[in-house]
Design a protein around this ligand. Structure first.
Ligand SMILES: *[C@@H]1O[C@H](CO)[C@@H](O)[C@H](O)[C@H]1NC(C)=O
Ligand SMILES: *[C@@H]1O[C@H](CO)[C@@H](O)[C@H](O)[C@H]1NC(C)=O
Ligand SMILES: *[C@@H]1O[C@H](CO)[C@@H](O)[C@H](O)[C@H]1NC(C)=O
Ligand SMILES: *[C@@H]1O[C@H](CO)[C@@H](O)[C@H](O)[C@H]1NC(C)=O
Ligand SMILES: *[C@@H]1O[C@H](CO)[C@@H](O)[C@H](O)[C@H]1NC(C)=O
Ligand SMILES: *[C@@H]1O[C@H](CO)[C@@H](O)[C@H](O)[C@H]1NC(C)=O
Ligand SMILES: *[C@@H]1O[C@H](CO)[C@@H](O)[C@H](O)[C@H]1NC(C)=O
Length: 482
């Protein structure tokens, strides 16, 4: 009898450890037609994501997360930093309105993220003055609200705040020009037992450097691994992560926990951004963290949020056309590829349910139109300027199109973005509506989804489902092992 209990205990422990591995995901909403929050929350649960990171405190999003059992990192956008830095009252109000009130509605807010990558060089230092006082004021407001144990305040930081002169992790340190601000931040994080949140992008490393060793960006072994005083690094994620770990250690914060706030690979819009590489990277990363081994400097579980959940067609493309293609799911919640997140017994991602599309019709270049028509150039630049042509061009999913196909793609994208309103397919003498899908090969001519504003309450039975799944999980584990 005693033996049975021991066996049962070990099995239960094993199963719990197995199911404790948790993976988070970034949920951004810079889309012309975002999926309704209740559909996305269902999708998060169906896929086994236990944590979500948000870039703002959007009411529809937060309300849909109430009682979902999903942990939330709520964000503060950069344009609020100056106000929050200069006014502790504004910080108190932000916490009261955007944290306390949702916690009382059952939203499991675990982190508040102050700003997003404020040290990015693209900001020209404009946020350097406000980031630290904003952190202090939000932390003080959280403490005042009695939430300091429950909600940790952090800043998602771009990985180029630290560097290594010879690219060995053990020579990592914070950049000299911002070290003093970083040290102030580290002190506040440490005092409050809050994590350092870093966004790590091997894709950007690869894209920015023509000599970057390609296989070092992925996780399936590198032809020339980095040897750091006897420690071998075979992927740039581990090396980058540990460059941070060394920088923290060198500055007296070797125990500060690290969260990987964003990690992922875009799937379109650039020669290095396609479905294969995106899948290879995301699967490689998941398999890596599921081993639970961590990195040489930080053995153990890695706390990470994949970037990202769904494509966003209104993101700025200043960094590149790939910016609108980071999702593991397309705009309509359809998965892009097979991916085993290790949290379900399946290698497939689960599509969003109950998504409604507009009618099956497309706008295209009419066969009688001439490419020499003087209206061609202004029409395509108008369509692309107002819609999304980032899947056109060298190395993209629609690079197989000819000039006429290009025009049709642009016209259709504009027509769908404007919800198929008839006037959006009236390019003079050039366009027509068709009910035959013009998609060719990898190039998809999309039909837009219906915009929804209602967030239906689809939360019935979530507790019961959870209890049942735990029981079933244990039974399955027992059956597998015995
Ligand atoms: C709460 O967050 C929203 C969205 O980020 C923002 O617009 C609003 O100003 C915030 N509320 C307060 C009181 O700061
Ligand atoms: C930063 O400076 C560059 C060049 O001076 C300018 O083009 C860009 O708009 C600036 N960005 C911001 C956010 O101020
Ligand atoms: C870091 O953690 C170790 C082990 O828990 C502990 O012995 C050490 O004192 C800690 N160091 C600091 C700087 O907090
Ligand atoms: C992706 O991989 C498949 C199978 O390995 C291959 O047929 C296809 O050409 C690849 N596509 C790209 C864009 O690399
Ligand atoms: C779960 O995974 C195991 C091992 O890979 C497999 O044998 C089993 O068929 C899977 N069960 C389901 C329901 O998919
Ligand atoms: C199609 O459009 C893309 C992006 O504008 C361009 O790079 C490409 O050369 C065009 N292809 C043809 C055949 O015109
Ligand atoms: C459309 O084509 C007709 C005949 O080719 C021409 O007369 C007319 O000016 C064109 N309209 C526009 C807006 O280009």
């Amino acid at each position: 009898m005693r033996r049975f209990y021991t066996v049962f205990g070990v099995v239960a422990w094993f199963c719990l450890v197995g199911s404790v591995t948790s993976i988070g995901v970034n949920w951004g909403i810079q889309a012309s037609h975002p999926l309704s929050p209740s559909i996305v929350v269902r999708m998060l649960k169906d896929n086994g994501f236990q944590k979500v990171k948000l870039f703002e405190a959007d009411p529809g999003t937060l309300n849909a997360l109430a009682k979902s059992g999903i942990e939330v990192m709520v964000g503060i956008s950069n344009d609020m930093l100056a106000t929050l830095a200069s006014s502790s009252k504004a910080a108190d109000q932000w916490v009261s309105k955007n944290v306390s009130s949702y916690i009382s509605k059952g939203v499991d807010i675990k982190y508040a993220a102050v700003g997003n990558e404020p040290f990015l060089k693209a900001y020209n230092g404009t946020l350097l003055k406000s980031i630290f006082p904003a952190l202090q004021n939000i932390q003080a407001a959280i403490t005042k609200a009695g939430l300091s144990n429950q909600v940790k305040v952090t800043i998602p930081i771009n990985a180029d705040v630290y560097e290594s002169s010879d690219s060995l992790p053990s020579n990592g340190d914070f950049r000299a020009d911002i070290r003093s601000i970083i040290l102030d931040i580290l002190q506040v994080l440490n005092e409050n037992a809050a994590p350092f949140t870093v966004n790590i992008y091997p894709y950007i490393s690869l894209n920015g450097d023509p000599d970057f060793p390609f296989d070092y960006a992925f996780f399936d072994g590198a032809s020339s691994p980095v040897n750091d005083g006897g420690t071998t690094y075979s992927n740039v994620f581990d090396a980058n992560h540990d460059t941070l770990a060394w920088a923290l250690k060198k500055n007296g914060y070797g125990n500060l926990s690290i969260i990987v706030g964003e990690i992922g690979w875009p799937a379109d819009g650039d020669i290095n951004a396609n479905l294969n590489y995106s899948r290879r990277f995301n699967q490689g990363f998941m398999t890596h963290i599921l081993t639970g081994k961590g990195t040489p400097m930080r053995p153990g579980p890695i706390d990470a949020y994949l970037f990202s959940l769904i494509d966003e067609d209104e993101k700025s493309i200043e960094p590149g056309n790939f910016e609108r293609h980071w999702g593991m799911f397309y705009y309509d919640g359809q998965p892009k590829y097979e991916l085993n997140l290790g949290v379900r017994n399946s290698s497939t991602l689960v599509a969003a349910k109950n998504v409604e599309y507009l009618n099956p019709k497309w706008c295209m270049l009419s066969p009688s139109a001439s490419l020499d028509d003087p209206q061609v150039a202004p029409s395509v630049s108008y369509a692309c300027g107002n819609a999304d042509c980032t899947s056109l061009g060298y190395g993209t999913s629609c690079s197989n199109l000819d000039a006429r196909g290009n025009l049709s793609y642009a016209f259709n994208n504009y027509y769908q973005k404007l919800d198929q309103v008839a006037s959006a397919c009236k390019f003079p003498n050039l366009s027509m509506i068709t009910t035959t899908n013009p998609s060719i090969g990898t190039c998809k001519f999309n039909i837009m989804i219906k915009s929804t504003t209602t967030n239906g309450a689809q939360r019935i039975g979530s507790f019961r489902k959870c209890a049942i799944s735990i029981v079933l999980g244990l039974v399955l584990c027992l059956l597998t092992l015995l």
